[in-house]
Design a protein around this ligand. Structure first.
Ligand code: ADP
Length: 733
């Protein structure tokens, strides 16, 4: 089927043809035949790179031309920006695109002016909770990576969000996009959708297992030269010699960097000079945008054509690595499996060095087939590679036979809803009541009866959990249950002011109750309320990811607790070991944040806490949001800590003291630069406006001085400064 035959505007057809899309891929053609452009609900369960995005675009374009509006739901923020950038290419055809990444308690009504809105599932849920005006105007909902319904963390929110959207806009078209999973039909039936199920790929994928001296594919073999004692290194060198690139998946961040280091010395030997010069340019940038040991190690690897990639890297390093790989300069990325779920970075050969993952209950466990297929599916760049190869590595014949049977020749598992626990449901029961989706127990059962959990398992199993959630919410004054004035036999559920606020703030009600109790007890226990008290309070909530305790941490954290014991309320008894250990983990996390807001350098924090820069920013992000929630809750309760919490919220955002808040508000000024300016006497915007140019440029360099002054509205007349272009900001400068 040709794209020209489709019922979409001529200029957009031209746009696709110019970009090389003339004929639809077979699964795309099938989707059209099944009614994609006639508002039919569809689930497309097809492999990576088989053109799911185009399906979404076609459905959205059609809907928009008919006066509709589309919502595109993604699982990760990084993916939201990737899709946003892509859809913005449709702007010349009058299609307006917006992205919703803002605070979780905002309504973002202004976004409604767009035709396509890209948002994560959490953000969509929060927009629904905050009563965003344009939600009921949505006529097409695209749900990307819907197989994540199976994820313990993200699945329940995704599931409830879809259920709410289908309830709110029963006539909206739903297009769900999924990896190939065992029970795609079941998911499609739940959505009332037609199913496009296919294994078709634009580039052939050869899956195999390396054992002995060769990659063994079903029915064929490929011998690999043994140049090194490490099989994975040999596989890498073989790929690069054949002009390909490699992705290596490792189970941990440490192994990830370790393999990159090992491989880099070998890869360096087969790079030409031109490539080395360009790589040095990327490495210099990496080294200049980070203050940590990681930046140095990463820089060194990149000079040799190799990089590593995981959530511990800061975002500018991640971008530099991704771009270097896309430009085919970096030949190998050694990565944790998060890369497989997220970004679109295909490579000729994917090497899965570790197919086991640590599980806190069962030790090292083999990964699910679905996860393996996601990694393997990254092999083969469409239109660039003749084929893609994924390779597992076996040490013994038995292992080889098992890997063949359990991964290469296996089908992906079924996905299972994770909604059925009190921890997953509590927040959704509250929001369902607060937003008026249900006002009696029966309506609540009915609402959750429309979820995938209820479709897949038995609805009655949910009733008991829902009742447990209600008991918690009523006990904690978040929901009231009272007799209906008109019908005494009917009990009505209503969100209280506290419940309403907690739902809008988008925090777990258990976090809400911990914060509320913390505030109430602070007065009683004669606790001194310091920065640490509030930081620990937010770190003790289930919404915060606490740091692990290493053996070496015990004494340091324990000494801290002893020295600061009047700043914590309710310190668990040391003889209750698990409780006390848990508490120490919370305090350790709060100690990291205390260093962050006290302007300790990122380099020192990464050393003290054995984390990456990316982790510091992730912890700061979450705690900023929770501190904001704490401030709002303090306001509602009428306790005195709200202004303290608001100022900590700001300090967490910028990682700086209160005295710097005015300066860090200027574009291009991060906490380090702000302190430098402050110490030199430029303590405010007003002082900067009157700055002597030569002093300022001595302090921060002429380029930055120019940017700072332009940023605060000073017209720089000096000839020397006028020729300098404005550059963008980095995180920690
Ligand atoms: P998926 O979302 O399924 O992983 P994408 O939608 O990102 O895959 O598509 C992968 C690549 O294939 C993109 O570069 C896209 O432009 C291209 N593509 C999609 N459909 C076609 C087509 N019919 N003909 C040629 N290229 C296509």
């Amino acid at each position: 089927m040709m794209i020209r035959e489709l019922d979409i505007p001529e200029d957009i057809i031209g746009f696709y043809e110019d970009s090389g899309i003339k004929e639809l891929y077979p699964p795309q053609a099938e989707a059209i035949e099944m009614g994609l452009l006639e508002k039919k609900n569809l689930l497309a369960a097809i492999p990576t790179a088989s053109g799911k995005t185009l399906l979404a675009e076609l459905a959205m374009i059609k809907a928009i031309r008919e006066g509709g509006k589309a919502l595109y739901i993604v699982p990760l923020r990084a993916l939201a920006s990737e899709k946003f950038e892509r859809f913005r290419e449709l702007a010349p055809f009058g299609i307006k695109v917006g992205i919703s990444t803002g605070d979780l308690d905002s309504r973002a009504d202004w976004l409604g002016a767009n035709d396509i809105i890209v948002a994560t599932s959490e953000k969509t849920d929060s927009l629904l909770r905050n009563g965003t005006s344009w939600m009921d105007e949505i006529t097409t909902v695209v749900v990307d990576e819907i197989h994540l319904l199976d994820s313990k963390n993200r699945g329940p929110t995704l599931e409830v969000t879809i259920t709410k959207l289908m309830r709110l806009n029963p006539n909206a078209q739903v297009l769900a996009l999924s990896a190939t999973v065992g029970n795609a039909r079941e998911m499609a039936d739940w959505l009332g959708a037609g199913l496009v199920l296919s294994e078709w790929r634009p580039t052939d994928l050869h899956e195999g297992v390396f054992f002995g001296e060769a990659i063994n594919f079903p029915g064929s073999q490929k011998k690999i030269d043994r140049l090194d004692k490490d099989d994975a290194v040999n596989l890498v060198l073989d790929t690069i010699r054949a002009e390909g690139q490699c992705l290596v998946f490792e189970s941990s961040r440490r192994n990830c960097a370790g393999f990159a280091k090992t491989a880099s010395s070998k890869v360096a030997k087969i790079l030409d000079n031109d490539a080395k010069i360009k790589l040095a340019g990327i490495a210099d940038e990496v080294e200049s945008t980070g203050e940590t040991d990681t930046a140095i190690v990463l820089g060194n690897c990149i000079r040799k054509g190799v990089a590593f990639h995981h959530a511990g890297l800061n975002s500018s390093h991640r971008k530099l690595v991704e771009n270097g790989f896309r430009q085919n300069l970096i030949k190998l990325i050694s990565s944790t499996p998060t890369l497989a779920a997220g970004l679109n970075l295909p490579a000729r050969r994917v090497i899965i060095r570790s197919y086991r993952r640590f599980d806190s209950n069962f030790g090292m466990q083999p990964i699910p087939v679905l996860e393996y297929k996601q990694m393997a599916g990254r092999a083969g760049r469409p239109h660039l590679d003749p084929y893609g190869e994924s390779v597992l590595i076996a040490k013994t014949y038995d292992e080889f036979a098992q890997l063949m049977e359990n991964y290469v020749e296996a089908d992906a598992e079924d996905i299972w809803s994770k909604l059925g626990t009190e921890n997953a449901l509590r927040t959704h029961v509250l929001s369902t009541i607060v937003n008026g989706f249900a006002s009696t127990r029966q309506e609540l059962f009915d609402f959750f009866g429309a979820t995938f959990f209820a479709y897949q398992q038995d609805a009655w199993m949910l009733e008991e959990v829902i009742n447990d959630c209600l008991e918690f919410l009523i006990d904690n004054d978040m929901v009231s249950e009272t007799e209906d004035i008109e019908d005494a036999s009917k009990l009505l559920l209503r969100g209280t002011r506290l419940g309403g606020l907690i739902s809008m703030l988008y925090i777990d009600p258990l976090s809400g109750s911990k914060i509320v109790d913390g505030f109430r007890d602070a007065g009683k226990d004669a606790v001194k309320v310091t920065d640490m008290t509030l930081l620990h309070l937010v770190c003790s909530t289930p919404d915060m990811r606490q740091l692990y305790l290493r053996n070496t941490d015990y004494t340091i954290v324990n000494d801290y607790i002893v020295a600061h014991n009047d700043e914590f309320h309710d310190i668990p008894n040391q003889f209750k070991e698990t409780d006390y250990e848990w508490f120490m983990g919370e305090v350790k996390t709060a100690m990291l944040l205390e260093e962050w807001v006290s302007e300790v350098s990122a380099e020192d924090i990464t050393r003290h806490f054995n984390v990456g820069e990316g982790d510091i920013h992730a912890l700061a992000d979450t705690s900023e949001w929770l501190m904001h929630a704490a401030a709002k809750l303090a306001e509602l309760l009428g306790v005195e800590y709200s202004s303290h919490a608001y100022s900590l919220e700001k300090r967490i955002r910028y990682g700086a003291g209160l005295d710097l808040m005015e300066l860090v508000g200027i574009k291009g000024v991060g906490r380090v630069r702000a302190r430098k300016l402050y110490n030199a006497g430029f303590v405010s915007v007003a002082k900067l406006k009157g700055a002597d140019m030569s002093i300022l440029s001595k302090l921060v360099g002429p380029k930055v001085a120019y940017n700072i002054l332009s940023g605060i509205g000073v017209r720089v007349k000096d000839k020397h400064f006028e020729s300098i272009p404005i550059s963008s900001n980095t995180l920690d400068t």
